[in-house]
Design a protein around this ligand. Sequence first.
Ligand SMILES: Nc1ncnc2c1ncn2[C@@H]1O[C@H](COP(=O)(O)OP(=O)(O)O)[C@@H](O)[C@H]1O
Ligand SMILES: [Mg+2]
Length: 148
Amino acid sequence: MKPQIKSLLLNGVQMMMQKTETINIQSSTDVVLVRQAVRKLGVEIGFGLVDQTKIVTAASELARNTLEYGGGGTVKLETLQEGKRRGIRLTFEDQGPGIADIDLALKDGFTTGGGLGMGLGGAKRLANEFEIQSAVGEGTRVIIVRWK
Ligand SMILES: Nc1ncnc2c1ncn2[C@@H]1O[C@H](COP(=O)(O)OP(=O)(O)O)[C@@H](O)[C@H]1O
Ligand SMILES: [Mg+2]
């Protein structure tokens, strides 16, 4: 794939974003592919085992939500460089039913399925940055960033 590189100057700090790939999430096999791709990217940019495991675990939870609740969707993988630090940004998107109460969905133990209700809150804690946008009847977008 042709690499897409964006570069911008933010408060005097050079910020670079490079998109590596977008993965469709339509089955459990795709969730495994997401885990593998995120792990590989982490290794490539020099993440240690702990950082790798944190972002892979978060990605796994979010991919599973995209599949189970969003009815399938996509994840965009990007590497970031801000000054000397490097990171990974993952953007999960679906056009599913959306989330009526985001604060509630983030609470540990809350589930509308048969899960443990730890996925969203867990992913938020495992990431350095976490953003969620959702509209009922339109879909959900979750963005996480993990810095090295
Ligand atoms: N992509 C999504 N689309 C719609 N609802 C979602 C999505 N992701 C999460 N949710 C809602 O948030 C709840 C909590 O998610 P999570 O913390 O991962 O727990 P679990 O997956 O065990 O239910 C889910 O039960 C579901 O109601
Ligand atoms: Mg979940």
